[in-house]
Design a protein around this ligand. Sequence first.
Ligand code: GDP
Length: 138
Amino acid sequence: MNNRTFTMIKPDAFSKGYSGLILDRIIQAGFKIIAVKMTRLSPEKAGEFYAVHRERGFYQELVDFMSSGPIIAAILEKSNAVADFRTLIGATDPAKATEGTIRKLYAASVGENAIHGSDSNENAKIESDFFFSVLERY
Ligand code: GDP
């Protein structure tokens, strides 16, 4: 999976109508969409997805936010996908994100930061398998 990563357009960006603009930026940056779906996480599923942050002070806030409305989940393909996508989305805190990155353009805060991108090849596979069956990938 070195050439694949996983992303979610989070509920804040979705509800503000940024999904089309964000998907366009992703495609223009050279990523191919291998799988995509619109869905909504239950609090249980959001908690499972972010289980690694269970002990953090913001965990409940994160679970509430990620289950607050629809998201768009996708698997993306490109050489060096994980690192290149992290560069495209920018720092976790949009105030610290580089100009022109997706979070700089579309995120409001460190919690409601518009988009997710896997942080390793291993997590890209785990997160892709969390959302997509083999039959949903093209
Ligand atoms: P990422 O890999 O850039 O998404 O950042 P992390 O793995 O550190 O955090 C995962 C997600 O938790 C972030 O994208 C934010 O949505 C959320 N998060 C991180 N730090 C905070 C925080 O201080 N407060 C809140 N409310 N959410 C946070």
